[in-house]
Ligand binder design. Structure first.
Ligand code: NZQ
Ligand code: ZN
Length: 388
């Protein structure tokens, strides 16, 4: 096991009606004037918006609102949010929604403490301060509720980029699985693919002898798949929703990835699809990840054999480890298909003739090589996109 630091300070309040405690949490974390940040219509349709407003009013918490965050959240709205925060002395941001709303809130939080344009901080510049933020999660997927990341699409430049900093870890995350009942299957299952991918990115390691985290990862993957199958049968299965929701958080709060090298090549490849086609991040990963695994399988056949046997439940056969490993990846694709997820470029409307552009953008964002498991070149990226 390699040396590590683990820091996950977010206070999680999980369960039925947990959103009713939002005012208490805001006060506990020192909020006096709040920016209430949210997405499109879903929180109004579900009644969550009214409940939050009522609690803020009842508890005399001053707030301004900024809705309108779209999936693959845009820099233009972030700039609007930063302006509101600076002009109104707002000292806390409350994000109510999914990864897009949370990431937009994080970007506003860093921009509010920065003199220049916030986008500078999505270019590797170190973040040194941010306003505190708290979240009410409405879709389990990104893990942003306890992660140190924010991913924003710059609508002028056509670039999608992330930044990392402990300053943007939320102070609290309210997670009520019942809030996810209204999710359309497509978003719910894109979320499932995303959280599984966050585990795969950590599973693909070059660090030997990390059995504890290997086993933890495999167990969480199995639980996610089992509970996703339950949701296919009954979207109102509370315990299945609860398992998926908590799995989404631990998949990405760092606990499963300690003490080992990690990968993140597939996230890099996918972000270019989201940037160019505005495809849902999880749906893009359903296309990219299995094809990527097939492309690099020979880097460590044993690891893919293990994944096939322990997670995808392929019958073991030590005389044909590669064959078993490939079956595991094929079974993963079948599982994604059963969730209604896309498997190919064609399924998401991506075009072969755009591949040079995807590779060019990837090159701008990542440099000439990327990936922590296998060092990939832009030529590898082209071949992986082609195989999709
Ligand atoms: O805008 P509304 O109307 O709320 O609709 C949203 C949106 O259309 C809808 N939705 C959310 N909760 C709902 C609901 N609909 C009905 N009922 C509910 N309870 O779902 C749609 C998708 O929402 P979005 O926030 O975009 O989904 P997700 O949570 O998957 O977030 C995706 C974003 O997170 C980034 C991705 O790149 C992408 O931009 N990621 C962020 C990470 C991080 N910060 O750590 C890590 C991830 O790898 C990921 O890159
Ligand atoms: Zn992701």
């Amino acid at each position: 096991m390699i040396n590590f630091q683990f820091y996950s300070p977010t206070e999680i309040v999980f369960g039925k009606d947990s959103e009713l405690g939002v005012a208490h949490l805001l006060k506990k974390h020192g909020a006096t004037k709040v920016l209430f940040h949210y997405g499109g219509g879903s929180i109004k349709g579900s009644g969550l918006y009214d409940r939050v407003i009522k609690t803020l009013d009842d508890e005399n918490i001053a707030y301004l609102e900024l809705g309108g965050v779209v999936p693959n959240p845009r820099a233009s709205l972030v700039r609007e949010g930063i302006k509101i925060v600076k002009e109104n002395n707002i000292d806390f941001i409350l994000a109510v929604g999914g990864g897009s709303v949370m990431d937009s809130a994080k970007a506003i939080a860093v921009g509010a403490k920065y003199e220049g344009d916030f986008w500078d901080l999505y270019d590797g510049t170190k973040i040194t301060a941010a306003l505190p933020l708290g979240v009410i999660v409405t879709i389990p997927a990104s893990g942003s509720e306890a992660s140190n990341s924010s991913v924003i699409t710059n609508d002028d430049l056509g670039l999608k980029r992330g930044t990392n900093s402990d300053f943007i870890r939320p102070k609290f995350a309210i997670m009520n699985p019942e809030l996810t009942y209204t999710l359309p299957n497509y978003h719910a299952f894109a979320g499932v693919v995303d959280m599984m991918s966050h585990i795969f990115e950590r599973y693909l390691t070059n660090t030997p002898d990390v059995e504890l985290t290997d086993l933890m990862q495999e167990s969480v993957l199995v639980a996610i798949m089992d509970n996703a199958k339950r949701l296919l049968k009954d979207p109102y299965d509370y315990n299945a929703r609860a398992h998926i929701m908590w799995a989404g958080t631990i998949a990405h709060n760092g606990v499963l990835g300690v003490g080992r090298t990690t990968d993140w090549a597939s996230h890099g490849l996918e972000h270019e699809l989201s940037a160019l086609y505005d495809v849902s991040h999880g749906a893009g990963l359903a296309v990219i990840f299995p094809h990527y695994m097939l492309y690099i399988i020979d880097h460590d056949v044993d690891r893919f054999y293990r994944l096939a046997v322990n997670v995808m439940k392929v019958r073991p056969n030590k005389n044909d480890k590669r064959g078993v490993a490939i079956k595991g990846i094929r079974k993963l694709q079948e599982f994604y298909k059963s969730l209604g997820m896309p498997l190919t470029f064609e399924d998401i409307g991506a075009k072969k003739e755009d591949i040079p552009k995807l590779v060019e953008q990837l090159n701008i964002n990542k440099g000439d090589t990327f990936g922590g498991f296998v060092k990939l070149t832009m030529d590898d990226a082209r071949k992986i996109y082609e195989s999709c």
